[in-house]
Ligand binder design. Sequence first.
Ligand code: GH3
Ligand code: MG
Ligand code: MG
Ligand code: MG
Length: 313
Amino acid sequence: IILQRQLQVSDQKEQGARTPLMGQTGKLLVVDDDDVLRSFLVRRFELDGYIVHESDSVAKAKQKLREDTYDLILLDLMMHPQSGYELFDYLKEDPTLKWIPLIVLSARNDVHDKVRCLMLGANDYVTKPFQYDELAARIFSLLSRTKNFEQLAFRDPLTGIFNRRYFDHQIEQELQRIARYPAPISIAFIDIDRFKHINDTYGHAIGDLVLQGLAHLLQQQLRSTDFLARFGGEEFIAVMPNTTGEQAARIMEGVLQLTHRQPIAQYEGQPFSITFSCGVAEWTKGLPTAHWIALADETMYRAKQQGRDRVLI
Ligand code: GH3
Ligand code: MG
Ligand code: MG
Ligand code: MG
């Protein structure tokens, strides 16, 4: 009923502002040689807030997939000269394409086709004619599930911040962006001081609360364009685009001052605080990512040697 109402709302909004269907958005690729159906789908999906691209053949779909990234593919089976099946092979061979959610849309209501498509990697199979509402709900459900998996794959379960895998992926994206639009970028390597002692004194569970507390504090102090990842056990890394080394060090110094003023957790009702050591490194042209991280790590280690509880650059 809610979905129905949403669709009615989006129909009324034809001339006005567009609201995404229940908050879900994404970029869809509709591959179908039926011009009337394709145009209808493109129009309806756009009204629901999706970005929609279309192709009327497998060859054109391949071209689109090379040029752009999509959140979901809708694929017709009966097309000429190549059938939809030929796109499956193409997707399967490319690691950047093989995990894109895919729904087959076909007039073939035959169990063999359904089984074959699902075994080839389709996530769903919808027969024509179909109710738009049902297709929209299936897309919504699939995209939500995919988003959840992405969250699981890229988040650290203890602290909820990004994990190393996300960091490795995202840092390359940031450097690619800088290649196009030059700007300073810095990282801060953060390591809790004497964390082993905290675990030994208060127990591992309190140690976990400390990690959560520091992750939360760092996240609060960073900007929305920065990102924070748990790099290892009690090590965090903050990536700060459009930020020089000096600026990044000042921000981290501010966080360190906060750890002095506010307790991070409690043990038997007694609040206690922690400190950390931090090494900041600004990226310079041509510096490989691994060297950049090593530089920040070495600087952090220097901070440890100089007595901990400090930010160095
Ligand atoms: P330093 O000031 O030189 O960094 O000393 P440290 O004790 O912080 O460093 P060390 O690397 O010797 O110890 C890190 C400890 O962090 C050891 C490990 O048991 C603990 N640790 C790693 N991951 C977790 C975790 O998820 N939860 C908890 N509670 N402890 C963790
Ligand atoms: Mg067709
Ligand atoms: Mg450490
Ligand atoms: Mg430590």
